[in-house]
Ligand binder design. Structure first.
Ligand code: 13P
Ligand code: SF4
Length: 312
């Protein structure tokens, strides 16, 4: 970008940030941002985090308004956990294709075929699917949650890759749905091999939404928070990162002296990038778009999320 255009952008961002601070006070609002959001959003967030931490923050906050910068199911989960709060999202079009890969009819059919199985649903799912669920999980607690259910059989929806990873770490019999994350599933063995050849001293660190054969090549596997913590605490200086590129913001902030190579240029979730600083300010100004969940769905879905939050 031209120097002048960059200067203009920086000025605009300062103006937007000043408006945001004023609005936050007026509305008693907090801003939650997933690690996959654009840097300009992560910079102004009250809390940055993975799906689990942000769900916890939504459940605990005293604020009147939660602005959730992530994708739609995250705002929905915040509204379910904090029904008396106003939950805003910068852009309604920010969805998660993986969450759309399972619906209530399909899940009910599977439940009818396996009446002796508990349903464990990844938080990347709609409120309606959560309402059909015994307990939710995120990538940071999936193994613990699956091991916590009283049945031997588990119906797992919707992520086949995370399901496969959990199956390696539990004795439960898992019936795994065929969904996947378009972004993480794009990473291949060839990508990792090429990166390792270019950076032989780097550790490979990947998210469990990646394909099993990619996960098998990793030195460390974990949720976004776990990846950030691992890199911060590791004695190693160089890492090949197999998760969405927004994670780079926190990785570099925590460890400015370390080198991070994203494993593929395709590790960008276009849905997460739909939000930007301008839309964030606008949604708080207009108090729109708001997330609504029908109360009869929210009541059932809440149980599945609250059970997850109680798993230690
Ligand atoms: P975590 O936030 O649990 O790491 O999950 C990643 C993700 O894909 C969120 O959409
Ligand atoms: Fe959905 Fe994958 Fe994007 Fe997360 S990274 S929001 S799972 S498509």
């Amino acid at each position: 970008m031209e120097a002048l255009a960059l200067e203009r952008r920086a000025e605009q961002n300062l103006e937007l940030r000043a408006r945001l601070e004023r609005l936050k006070k007026e509305r008693n609002a907090i801003i939650l941002a997933h690690y996959y959001q654009r840097d300009e959003i992560q910079e102004v967030a009250d809390f940055r985090g993975d799906s689990f931490l942000l769900a916890q923050k939504a459940a605990e906050t005293d604020a009147d308004v939660i602005v959730f910068c992530g994708v739609h199911f995250m705002g929905e989960s915040a509204k379910i956990l904090a029904p008396d709060k106003t939950v805003l999202i910068p852009d309604e079009r920010a969805g998660c294709p993986m969450a759309d890969m399972v619906n209530v009819d399909g899940l009910r059919k599977l439940k009818a075929q396996h009446p002796d199985a508990a349903v464990v649903t990844y938080i990347n799912s709609s409120a309606e699917v959560k309402a059909e669920t015994d307990i939710c999980c995120t990538s940071s607690n999936a193994i613990k949650v699956v091991n916590s259910v009283p049945t031997e059989k588990v119906i797992w929806v919707p992520d086949k890759n995370l399901g496969h990873y959990v199956q390696q770490h539990t004795d439960k019999q898992m019936i795994i749905w065929e969904g996947y994350c378009n972004t993480h599933d794009m990473l291949t063995v060839k990508d990792i091999e090429e990166m390792k050849a270019q950076h032989p001293n780097a550790l490979v660190v990947v998210h469990p939404e990646c394909r099993p054969e990619v996960v098998a090549m990793a030195d460390f596997v974990g949720s976004t928070t776990a990846i950030i913590k691992f890199c911060r605490e590791s004695k190693h200086k160089e890492f090949i990162i197999g998760t969405e590129d927004g994670t780079g913001y926190q990785l570099r902030k925590d460890s400015p002296d370390k080198i991070f190579h994203f494993a593929s240029k395709y590790l960008v979730c276009p849905n997460m990038k739909v939000n930007n600083l301008k839309k964030l300010v606008k949604c708080l100004e207009n108090m729109y778009p708001q997330v609504h969940v029908p109360p009869h769905i929210a009541e059932k879905a809440r149980l599945s999320l609250e059970r997850m939050l109680q798993v230690k």
